[in-house]
Design a protein around this ligand. Structure first.
Ligand code: AMP
Ligand code: MG
Length: 429
């Protein structure tokens, strides 16, 4: 499914096999978007702490073996495994602590008191743990010898000199910070932050701080978007709530597109709706409008907006309904943004099957993303139940949820006790 350009598919949709903008399967919409994403290439060098959550722009190679030297994994006595079958008694000739090596080597019949992390003395290759020996003056005795090379951490066992430790495209997490520090590396080359602007559209929207007039609703989409984009580590520009006024929308759209990599709007992209946004997007860019076979989140638009001759931004037009905004963000925008940030094959949200403890109502022919609560039942097993009313404007059930119950197109009504697919949404909510 490769097309040469967005304009080709917009002007001549029939050039694509089974492309139907009015009935777009979820997986296909995701695939479509993917082929038009060009990851950012600008890089910057950051001190390691600041690189948390950023995407690596140059392979990090190990400048040394980690650990750097053979050392003991336990508190005990280091000796040569050649002694194992010869004697059950060894003479203690010195000690080795972490950071304080034993000077010299050991001979047959000798051992060195060694602590965890202590450097293995020359001639020693095995450690017997202290609990297994009896100390008698400067002698240790044991009844059962360890296996040769037991309880030793060998140089390069964790990382080998010159090997790639973390590849380009990897997003840095807490363990990676420690890993990078363990190599003695203090700075990391990462891609710059992805810049994302968003605004809400609708005459009915009021901003916080103003009393609601009749027929108005407070704009909540800009707040959920702010939350989800912050969690993804984007640089955010909030352009406000914009009334359905063509001039204002045009100005805001172009102003946004000029400054950022991605513009996200909510509201006003329904297929068939006589809407200013659609006309504007057709004038300033190449945007595909879909009815996705899903609930919530049916209308969706993706494309590019041209803000000047050589500058364009990716565009996502999300539905207006508050839950639909979050669902479409999770299902389409999240992965796209991670790719634009430089991640190679971003890890999908964890998805697995669990028993649903309640009946579920569902129509076939579309994918539903119901909001669910994963919980540990009294039998100790994790199960799921719907988090409440499932209307696409009902944010309270979204706020209670910690997962989506993903019901594929072929699934109809389900009885309590059925296995269902859940997708964990933690981390973005
Ligand atoms: P639309 O997609 O513009 O037709 O909007 C669909 C529904 O979502 C309408 O009920 C709108 O009032 C509501 N809606 C649109 N934008 C927002 C927003 N930013 N915050 C809360 N509700 C919204
Ligand atoms: Mg609207």
């Amino acid at each position: 499914m490769t097309v040469t350009s967005l304009s080709e598919i917009i002007s001549n949709p029939s050039c694509m096999d089974d492309y139907d903008p009015n009935s777009m399967p979820v997986a296909k919409a995701r695939q479509f978007i993917k082929q038009f994403l060009t990851p950012i290439t600008t890089t910057e060098v950051l001190p390691i702490r600041e690189s948390l959550g950023r995407v690596i722009a140059a392979d990090i190679l190990s400048p040394a073996n980690v650990p750097n030297y053979d050392n003991s994994a336990m508190d005990g006595y280091a000796f040569n495994s050649a002694d194992i079958n010869k004697s059950t008694e060894l003479k203690v000739i010195g000690s080795a602590f972490a950071g304080k090596a034993f000077v010299g080597g050991i001979q047959a019949g000798e051992c060195v008191r060694i602590m965890t992390g202590g450097m293995m003395p020359k001639g020693a290759d095995t450690v017997i743990v202290q609990e297994r020996v009896t100390v008698n003056g400067d002698l240790i005795q044991f009844s059962e010898a360890p296996k040769p090379k037991a309880n030793v951490r060998y140089a390069g066992e964790d990382l080998q000199l010159g090997k790639t430790v973390l590849p380009v495209g990897h997003m840095i997490r807490a363990a990676d910070l420690g890993l990078i520090a363990s190599l003695g590396i203090g700075e990391v080359s990462v891609y710059r932050k992805l810049k994302v602007a968003f605004f809400s559209t609708g005459d009915e929207l009021a901003s916080i701080g103003k009393p609601l007039q009749e027929g108005q609703v407070y704009d909540s989409n800009r707040y959920t978007l702010y939350g989800m984009l912050s969690r993804l580590g984007a640089e955010i520009i909030d352009m406000g709530a914009i009334a359905d006024d063509p001039e204002l929308l045009e100005k805001t759209l172009l102003n946004a597109a000029m400054q950022v990599d991605v513009v996200i709007t909510s509201g006003g992209v329904s297929v068939g709706e006589a809407d200013y946004m659609k006309q504007l997007l057709a004038k300033h860019g190449e945007v595909m409008f879909w009815k996705v076979a899903m609930k919530p989140g049916r209308p969706l638009a993706y494309g590019k907006i041209q803000s000047s001759k050589d500058k364009h931004a990716n565009y996502f037009g999300l539905p207006g309904n508050p839950v639909a905004v979050m669902v479409t963000f999770y299902q389409f925008v999240r992965e796209a943004l991670l790719i634009l940030m430089g991640q190679i094959n971003p890890t999908p949200l964890p998805t697995f099957n669990v028993i649903c403890t309640e009946n579920i109502k569902k129509q076939t022919g579309r994918t539903e993303f119901q909001r669910g609560i994963l919980f540990a039942d009294s039998d100790g097993l994790w199960k799921v139940k719907p988090s409440g009313a499932q209307g696409s404007a009902i944010l309270s059930s979204m706020s209670l949820a910690n997962c989506f119950i993903v019901l594929d197109e072929s699934i109809g009504n389900l009885d309590a006790g059925t296995l269902v697919k859940v997708q964990v949404m933690d981390g973005l909510i």
